[in-house]
Design a protein around this ligand. Sequence first.
Ligand SMILES: [Zn+2]
Length: 297
Amino acid sequence: MYQLKQMLNDLVDYVYKDDPRLKAYKAFYIEVVDKKYKGRHGDYNHALKRIRLMNTYRDENKLIITSIHELAHHINHMQGNSDIHGKGFYANYEKLLHGTLDMGLVKKEDWLKAKHECRDSRSENKVERIIKVYKPKDSGYKAGKTKFTVYGAYDYKEDLKEKGFTYNKIVKGWEKETDESEYKIIQDYLDGKSLKYIVSGANKYIVKDPEKKEKQNAGKWTLSVQNSYPIKDDLKEHGYRYRKEDYCWCIHYNTDEELQVHLIYLNNLCFHYNIEIECLEMEKYFKRHEVRLILKR
Ligand SMILES: [Zn+2]
């Protein structure tokens, strides 16, 4: 769901860029209910600022469309409006729908195909009307911007420099932002050299550590979260333990897939609490391998 949350954040950023309440509009979280519901595909709880998505067997476009309906409820609520499917709601819904068309997130045909997915019984015609009044605009939106950070690559530093990487002293790694077209080339290069790296970005978190694979059986790996005081109760509930030596909340994991699930959870949590993630790095900690997530103070 991290991917969807990030996408909705991008949409809100685009549609409401000059609105002073922008931050509040993005302060919601998404919960997926893994059950079939007859009567509804989603709902919004304004006390919890929670969007729930049901019937996730439906295709991705329909899930996005449901989430945008619920997002319109959230934004309408944050604007202090109390109508459920009234003027305020539809003003926001229209802006968001047009935003998805500008950004190419959902196509016109898909909106029309999914028009009965909308919970409001009167909204069927509204979707058609909203699409009719749409005037195309290019958002310049680029999905999939990602950042590579490469570690322990001393032997390859000239190569990396040539490829446009720059050294970040703080994380002790070589960094480069890429777009979709370059992504695969960089990834193949790094994999070919068996380098250690992290890919972080709008829709992915990948940690690659060839050295780790060899030692997979040597013990569990650790994910630690620094500056995590505001979210400590959530972490505790999710099985994280406090490490006194460096004031971190930690969890052990075994596989890369497990690590990714944790990172996506942490991302969602940080969005919910409006905390920025400053960086993600790898290091050895007491001879143990550790992935460290540092939150902004
Ligand atoms: Zn509704």
